[in-house]
Design a protein around this ligand. Structure first.
Ligand SMILES: *[C@@H]1O[C@H](CO)[C@@H](O)[C@H](O)[C@H]1NC(C)=O
Ligand SMILES: *[C@@H]1O[C@H](CO)[C@@H](O)[C@H](O)[C@H]1NC(C)=O
Ligand SMILES: [Zn+2]
Length: 447
């Protein structure tokens, strides 16, 4: 009897006895039957698609579902590009004028940009208006209240994280989160100013100690220190300069995938001369590669330093690609954004970005180079150089650079948040700019 009552157990309860096992087996057979039916339907579906689609495609010329922009001019990949107005770093509005006329606000900080935007939105001056329209067309910039409740015990802990400051604790109850979306490149960045106000705790292990140990260990068997024997070359040969050399990546990501590296093993201590020499060699390699493969036109460059940032070798090395169709990955997305911007406004996207950042006092200019504290995320360094012999969609040399935090910190700064959603940025870009300005002054970097 006990067996029988077992047999009557509902299937969603713990299956224990023999009966329920049989029951599960029968269910299994039923499932298999269902799978066969489903599989059959899928096969029929695929056959149907193959039979009908042969009428849809007879050569690329008559693709029925042509991607937008696939007009195939043969030079610029699949996206159609036009010739943009020249890139120009001369600011449209002087920053003192901006501060006086467009947004006569107190202190410029990331949090205050919310107030800046409000004042700027109602400005009467025509130049201010024109720049405002560019700003809101490129960026969605929005502050959101994020209040919270805290149990006493956790409140004490949080206050401690905030350096035991009552003022910061008050701010913690009523946080403000700023969302910046770059509308043309679909990048989403979030600033929470409270994170920037936390006291910075030094890492447990000294960075110097870590670095020196790593440097000594890796220098012993470094392939790049003995590049002539231990690195591959492109078939058109290797280039060398006083301080740098080129190699071909052994496991290539493209026909033209070079490593350009200084001869010195140390990735942190450089002279300006060594740095310029390295980038000079990047230019020479691109020229040579283009001469050898005239169709290769789109140069991009990436650089990670030290394992914390994903560098595979401690010896510093840049990856340089020269592609015949398009820039690699995200860099082409910047270019596409700029193309869409040109179509919408008839202006050079990069020029207008410089105009906006300059008005907001977030730039430093030296000659024809401008550095700005980007409102969108950056990681390590990624750079697109102007295309070679192409007038359409002509990017200026545009690099995004950021430090990745303490080298001794084992936590990664890229998680699913950054990969799939928005990057969370803790540092006020005005602080970043301040640091850069100071650095330029201290080092007298005037070239
Ligand atoms: C721009 O910022 C710097 C600080 O980095 C400040 O000294 C300068 O006065 C600011 N310029 C204007 C016009 O607000
Ligand atoms: C501007 O910022 C400085 C430094 O953070 C501060 O001392 C000053 O009170 C601020 N001024 C206003 C009007 O908020
Ligand atoms: Zn080395």
């Amino acid at each position: 009897m006990a067996e029988q009552s077992n047999n009557l157990m509902p299937v969603d309860q713990e299956p224990k006895g023999l009966g329920s096992r049989i029951c599960k087996a029968i269910m299994g057979v039923r499932w298999k039957v269902n799978w066969f039916v489903l599989l059959g339907l899928v096969v029929v579906g695929i056959l149907f698609y193959m039979l009908t689609s042969s009428q849809l495609i007879d050569g690329a010329g008559s693709l029925r579902w042509k991607p937008v922009g696939l007009q195939g001019d043969g030079h610029t990949g699949h996206h159609m590009y036009s010739t943009w107005p020249d890139f120009d770093t001369e600011p449209f509005i002087n920053k003192a004028f901006f501060k006086g006329k467009c947004a006569p606000i107190i202190n410029y900080t990331m949090s205050n940009l919310v107030q800046v935007k409000k004042q700027w939105a109602v400005t009467k001056d025509l130049k201010c208006r024109e720049l405002y329209e560019k700003f809101v067309s490129i960026f969605s910039f929005e502050a959101r209240d994020a209040p919270l409740k805290l149990p006493t015990k956790f409140m004490t802990k949080l206050k401690h994280w905030l350096g035991d400051s009552d003022e910061l604790l008050q701010q913690a109850y009523n946080q403000e989160v700023i969302h910046v979306v770059s509308e043309y490149t679909r990048e989403h960045t979030i600033f929470n100013s409270l994170r920037d106000k936390r006291p910075v705790l030094p890492p447990a292990e000294s960075e110097d100690e870590y670095f020196n140990k790593l440097l000594a260990e890796t220098a012993k068997n470094c392939d790049f220190c003995n590049y002539k024997e231990n690195t591959a070359e492109h078939i058109f040969g290797r280039l060398e300069s006083k301080h740098s050399f080129t190699a071909s990546n052994a496991f290539k990501l493209d026909t033209l995938h070079a490593l350009v590296a200084p001869k010195k093993h140390d990735p942190l201590h450089w002279t300006l001369e060594e740095f310029l020499d390295l980038f000079g060699l990047v230019g020479s390699w691109l020229k040579k590669a283009h001469a050898y493969y005239p169709n290769a036109k789109f140069p991009s460059l990436i650089w990670d330093v030290l394992p914390k940032c994903g560098a595979s070798q401690v010896h510093p090395h840049l990856h340089v690609m020269l592609d015949p169709e398009r820039y690699h990955g995200q860099i082409e997305a910047w270019r596409e954004g700029a193309e869409d911007y040109d179509r919408d406004h008839g202006n050079n996207y990069f020029t207008d970005m410089v105009n906006i950042y300059s008005a907001l006092n977030l730039t430093v200019a030296r000659g024809s180079a401008v550095a700005f504290a980007n409102l969108v995320k950056c990681f390590s360094m990624g750079m697109g150089l102007p295309p070679i012999d192409v007038e359409e969609g002509k990017m200026p040399a545009y690099a995004r650079i950021i430090t990745r935090g303490y080298v001794t910190d084992i936590r990664t700064d890229i998680s699913s948040l950054e990969l799939f959603m928005a990057a969370s940025v803790n540092i006020d870009p005005y602080k970043t700019m301040h640091t850069i300005r100071q650095y330029i002054e201290e080092t007298n970097l005037n070239t």
